[in-house]
Design a protein around this ligand. Structure first.
Ligand code: NAD
Length: 298
């Protein structure tokens, strides 16, 4: 089992993930641009490094949880990045959500430095990060997957092997694209039903025992008051933000362009979420699309 881990990116997700590693007795060296995020981890028992190269020198595993493509490229392949400093054979695990081609590019550069790279994006939000119940979708060699498993299990409850490098990201972006489409569809159906005079609870009852049923209608209904403990019943607070959904749809869009794959509904979903953000709903859960459609119609 590995014992020394470097962790970069201690934000909403990474901060909790790093703390869960400390709880499982891993020796952690952390780095983040944000000093207070670092202090928080040092108080929980981590060492801090002055930069990412210093962080990478002494560890057996590096984990990153960064906002998007460019941050990941910079941290790994930039001057004084992880690749320039890590010892031979170190296992690099990127859990950020990025374009699969970014994971593939970092992996091939890592190989030239005799380093091993896997992509391992997560599903589950901040609460799952805190509770250590994330799902990791892993792309890389099966040997590297086996070696990463116990470290990932310290932060999550499910670790799924998806194939070669980039396939974790591919799985994540396909799932989230479908989630966006089904959420928008659910919101449309419930908005129309109510415009026709139908009670939303009656409609939910029908849909959830009929062929229109989906996760968004059954377990995360976007109409306030149908389910008590979902964001729609709490003024769309918490949950999975529209900005993160728009980001993931943007990744799906560029992947579709690169592979010349038609995603008519995915593209439309991307535009709808961008319009929702422009409408002022950037801090709301993505089920706010129901509210958006309702307001657009009035
Ligand atoms: P965040 O913005 O809260 O955290 C990112 C952290 O990275 C920040 O602390 C920032 O200071 C740090 N950082 C940025 N550039 C850096 C650099 N060059 N060097 C060192 N540190 C740097 O983001 P988050 O919500 O924790 O999300 C991280 C990733 O996880 C994203 O890719 C996101 O899409 C994905 N994700 C998020 C959620 C969620 O619910 N928040 C769910 C699933 C997946």
């Amino acid at each position: 089992r590995y014992s020394r881990i470097g962790f970069v990116g201690l934000g909403n997700m990474g901060g909790h993930m790093a703390k869960n590693l400390l709880k499982k007795s891993y020796k952690l060296t952390v780095y983040d641009l944000n000093k207070s995020a670092v202090t928080n981890l040092v108080e929980a028992g981590a060492n801090s490094a002055p930069n990412v190269a210093e962080m990478s020198k002494e560890v057996e595993v590096v984990i990153s949880m960064l906002p998007s493509n460019q941050h990941v490229l910079d941290i790994y392949t930039g001057e004084n990045g992880v690749l320039s400093a890590a010892k031979k054979n170190v296992l690099l695990i990127d859990s950020s959500t990025v374009d699969p081609s970014v994971s593939q590019s970092v992996a091939s550069q890592a190989q030239k430095h005799n380093l091993r790279f896997i992509d391992s994006p997560v599903s589950g939000g901040v609460n799952a990060a805190k509770d250590g119940t994330l799902t990791f979708m892993v792309g890389g060699s099966s040997t590297d997957f086996d070696h990463a498993q116990s470290v990932l299990e310290a932060m999550g409850s499910r670790v799924v092997y998806c194939g070669d490098v980039g396939m974790g990201q591919a799985a994540k972006l396909c799932n989230n694209m479908l989630l966006a489409i089904s959420m928008i569809g659910t919101a449309e159906a419930f908005n129309l039903g109510q415009k026709l005079g139908l009670d939303a609870k009656v409609l939910a009852n029908i849909i959830n025992s009929s062929s229109g049923r989906c996760w968004s209608s059954d377990l995360y209904n976007p109409v306030p008051g149908i389910l008590p403990n979902v964001p729609s019943s709490k003024n769309y607070e918490g949950g999975f933000g529209t900005t993160l959904m728009a980001k993931d749809l943007g990744l799906a869009q560029s992947a579709a362009i690169r592979t010349q794959t038609p995603i008519p509904l995915g593209s439309l979903a991307h535009q709808i979420y961008r319009a929702i953000i422009a409408h002022g709903f950037s801090n709301k859960d993505f089920s706010v699309v129901y509210q958006f459609l309702k307001e657009s119609a009035s």
